[in-house]
Design a protein around this ligand. Structure first.
Ligand code: GLU
Length: 441
């Protein structure tokens, strides 16, 4: 109840988008009503023996938002700010993300309220296995399939799959995706979120006739998604002029050599302005900027790739980017969206499309696990490209034809697909139809 009473409720903010999209969608009101209520919510306590011998209890959540189109699917995040409302919002976005790219899934999400950077590797393993032990009855390859999200990685997914398989006494790779490749992971899952966003940007490049070396890019967040999208764009000649992580950012008008930044960040865990020849890196001139300043840069392309609620009613009017591609989930609040809409010519490629590459390759992984037949990297890339460019164009066309913004267009596409599934099971229009009553008599 308390999360419902909170004025800043992330879930309530997320579902505000539904009503706007409903006006343009072609679905029964019953489907809309269903989507406003997550199907199942689970809260667990995870006791973990710490390295110093003490016992700590962590709180974890798993939410299944809607399973009309298939098993629920979505990541598990480890972050100090994880709470039920956030997990509900993230599960809601997953329902739409899966529908927008046409995957046979509903949406789910989970998380543990923890700062994983403060745990030792063994504590992290005990926490991950303990979490799975608590939610083992809730998840399953045909019910709810977790994956990585903020601050969780393939190794954690491997521990979780192993723990679930021990509990059920059956080797069950399809219970979780984003696993290490030797444990049944898919090739190409590691950079899939960034790559999916990159494929969206390539579609836009064609539509707008962009010349990559004239396009300036700012990337907020240099984790899995941010690093890969920056790397792929840089390789095509895009100018990555600003990058940040949770501690702050760097700016250079001429653009950074992205592989050098990735190399140093992954070696030292610190984002530094460097240029590397082989493994020898030298500091280069660049300005230090804050995360807030990065968001307000006058760039062609802004890629919020960190957490939700980064562009709010407070800073929306100061955003100067011409195109925003939401690589993170929910980086723009609904109030900020309204302000940005009035900014001339701005285009926002919404999260439920832009970052759907991750879950799409998760789907490929699940299919490979279930069939026991594994694909090569080229096949993964080809199929991802096919889905991302098809659905990008579907959303783009809805935006143009209905004269609505791109986020609403993506929700319309998702709503129509979910609505069709709901209607296939019958709505009041079917059950209360006069001709049906007549046949009963
Ligand atoms: N956590 C990712 C997302 O938000 C991936 C989910 C998945 O692969 O199931 O889309």
């Amino acid at each position: 109840m308390s999360d419902q009473a909170n004025g800043d409720d992330v879930f309530l903010d997320a579902i505000k988008r539904l009503d706007t999209a409903f006006e343009h969608a072609n679905i029964d009101e019953e489907a809309l009503e269903k989507l406003k209520h997550p199907r199942q919510t689970l809260q667990v306590s995870i006791p973990v023996r710490m390295d110093d011998g003490s016992l700590e209890i962590f709180t974890g959540y798993r939410v299944r938002h809607d399973d009309t189109r298939g098993p629920t699917k979505g990541g598990l995040r480890y972050h100090p700010d994880v709470d039920l409302s956030e997990v509900k919002a993230l599960a809601f976005w997953m329902t739409f993300k899966c529908a927008v790219v046409g995957l046979p899934y509903g949406g789910g999400k989970g998380g543990v309220t923890v700062n994983p950077k403060k745990l030792s590797r063994m504590e992290l393993e005990r926490l991950s296995r303990g979490f799975i032990a608590q939610i083992a009855d809730f998840i399953g390859p045909e019910t709810d399939v977790p994956a990585p999200d903020v601050y969780t990685n393939s190794m954690i997914m491997g521990w979780m799959m192993d723990e679930y398989s021990k509990i059920t006494r059956q080797r069950t790779p399809a219970v979780i995706t984003g696993k290490p490749v030797p444990l049944g992971g898919s090739l190409g899952r590691d950079d899939a979120t960034g790559r999916g966003a990159y494929y969206c940007i390539k579609e836009l490049e064609q539509k707008r006739g962009w010349k990559p070396d004239e396009i300036t890019v700012a990337v907020q967040g240099f984790g899995n998604a941010g690093q890969h999208v920056a790397r792929l764009l840089h390789a095509d000649g895009y100018k990555i002029v600003a990058v940040s992580d949770s501690k702050g950012g760097i700016y250079k008008e001429a653009g950074f050599d992205v592989p050098s930044l990735i190399h140093t960040k992954n070696e030292s865990r610190v984002l530094k302005a460097v240029y590397c020849e082989g493994s020898v890196c030298e500091a280069i001139d660049a300005d230090n900027i804050s995360n807030e300043e990065l968001l307000e840069l006058d760039v062609d392309l802004l890629l919020p790739s960190a957490l939700e609620n980064q562009i709010t009613e407070k800073n929306a009017k100061d955003i100067k980017a011409k195109v925003i591609v939401e690589v993170a989930n929910g980086p723009i609040t609904s109030e900020a969206d309204e302000i940005l809409k009035n900014q001339d010519g701005i285009l926002i490629v919404p999260d439920i499309l832009a970052n759907a590459g991750g879950v799409t390759v998760s789907y490929f992984e699940w299919v490979q696990n279930k069939s026991g037949y594994y694909w090569d990297l080229e096949t993964v890339h080809e199929r991802l490209l096919e889905i991302m460019s098809r659905e990008f164009n579907n959303v783009y066309d809805i935006m143009i034809n209905k004269e609505i913004d791109m986020r609403t267009a993506a929700y319309v596409l998702g709503l129509n697909r979910i609505g069709e599934a709901v209607e296939s099971l019958g709505t009041m229009k079917y059950f209360a139809a006069d001709d049906l009553r007549a046949t009963k008599d």
